[in-house]
Design a binder for this molecule. Structure first.
Ligand code: FE2
Ligand code: FE2
Length: 179
């Protein structure tokens, strides 16, 4: 799976600033949170990766934006086969995780749990701390992972998978300033 290529394709129609509160830096941290949680808990690595890329991909504002999860799920459906392959069973989990990530708190499936926890561990970017009551996995509730993820969110850490895209934003901004 080519994460950068998928992000680039999503960005072609992303409605908000790339480096905004719900933009690519958030996606990158959710991705790395999700992989860490899935490795510790036995979740599906591909599903958590795709959840990170699609769950906020169809936002139209940085607020509550009802329905953005199902719009993200629909985009994932459109990309399936062309940009990534996934079994029906895994795709069903991805769809569920995207659609309900802001409306539901708990789920019985470990992969869906990892997806939602990965997103919630990134609340530090908006000055909030993750609340263990809203986390599902033991891994996300552990001091080790919670403090690691929260620290990165609070310091606006830029994960490697989105670094080159962030550099492109800077170049664009600099070009605009000059011109
Ligand atoms: Fe969201
Ligand atoms: Fe999110």
């Amino acid at each position: 799976m080519n994460v950068t290529a998928i992000i680039e394709s999503i960005l072609e129609e992303y409605a908000l600033p790339w480096n905004g509160m719900h933009g690519i830096i958030h996606w990158g941290r959710v991705l790395e949170n999700g992989l860490r949680l899935a490795k510790a808990s036995g979740g599906d690595l591909e599903v958590v990766t795709l959840f990170a890329l699609f769950h906020d991909s169809r936002r139209i504002n940085e607020g509550r934006d009802p329905g953005h999860g199902s719009r993200g799920a629909l985009l994932a459906e459109q990309f399936r086969g062309a940009h990534f392959e996934l079994s029906d069973k895994s795709f069903e989990l991805l769809q569920y995780a995207c659609t309900w990530h802001t409306d539901e708190v708990n789920h019985e499936d470990i992969t869906v749990q990892c997806c939602w926890d990965a997103d919630r561990l990134d609340l530090g970017r908006v000055g909030m701390s993750p609340n263990r009551r809203f986390l599902n996995t033991a891994a996300a509730k552990s001091d080790d992972i919670l403090n690691w993820a929260h620290g990165r969110a609070a310091m606006a850490f830029i994960p490697e998978c989105v670094q080159s895209l962030c550099e492109r934003i800077e170049v664009r901004a600099a070009t605009t300033d000059v011109g």
